[in-house]
Design a protein around this ligand. Structure first.
Ligand code: IMP
Ligand code: MG
Length: 181
């Protein structure tokens, strides 16, 4: 795989689609094993998690499970703005249900924390976080996610749903910003 340049920044190959698929299968198997009910609801956090959520939802293969979508925005360029804006809320009735939040990445934890409190306020049976990527060194607030595909250092990454100012979400592999830039 080659480096790619976008908006004047150089990114190098970091996680291949084969590795992503393998860890997605592993995480899906763990979640399935731990499910207390047959019909959990998976809440995909748009936009970044859409690709992982689709692959995870296929991998878990639970016919009575459901998928829902929610949207927050906290990022601008390569930095978290630290402010949370809810753009699309949850209309599904989740009271008494087993809920799994599906995230692309947990960085400062701000989004995950806000999501958990909003969802907990809707009285579900339980709420757990499934994230493809987790940057433990960047976590500032909230819980460690229960299910993690990859723990990574605090690099800025793109691809497989993750964007740089809305671009490059369609890359099938994950790329990391080169250190010297
Ligand atoms: P947090 O609220 O700081 O934990 O960030 C969560 C959101 O910021 C994620 O759902 C992503 O959309 C975005 N984000 C965090 N780190 C990265 C990254 O390295 N690349 C692209 N987006 C990121
Ligand atoms: Mg996101």
């Amino acid at each position: 795989m080659d480096n790619i340049t976008i908006k004047g920044l150089t990114f190098e190959p970091y996680i291949s689609h084969e590795e992503i698929a393998k860890q997605t299968e592993r995480v899906a198997a763990e979640v399935k094993r731990d499910c207390a009910t047959e019909s959990p609801i998976f809440v995909c956090v748009l936009k970044g998690a859409f690709m992982f959520a689709a692959d995870f939802f296929r991998a878990i293969n639970m016919p009575k499970s459901e998928i829902a979508f929610i949207r927050y925005k906290s990022y601008s360029g390569t930095e978290s703005t630290g402010e949370m804006n809810k753009i699309l809320g949850l209309n599904d009735d989740i009271e008494g249900r087993e809920v799994f939040i599906i995230e692309d990445i947990v960085d400062t934890g701000l989004t995950a924390h806000a999501l958990r409190s909003d969802i907990e306020a809707m009285n579900p049976k339980s709420v757990k976080m499934v994230t493809l990527l987790y940057k433990p060194e960047s976590l500032k607030i909230g819980k460690v996610p229960e299910y993690v595909g990859f723990e990574i250092p605090p690099k800025f990454i793109i691809g497989y749903g993750l964007d740089l100012d809305e671009q490059v979400r369609g890359l099938r592999d994950i790329y990391a910003l080169k250190k010297d830039e």
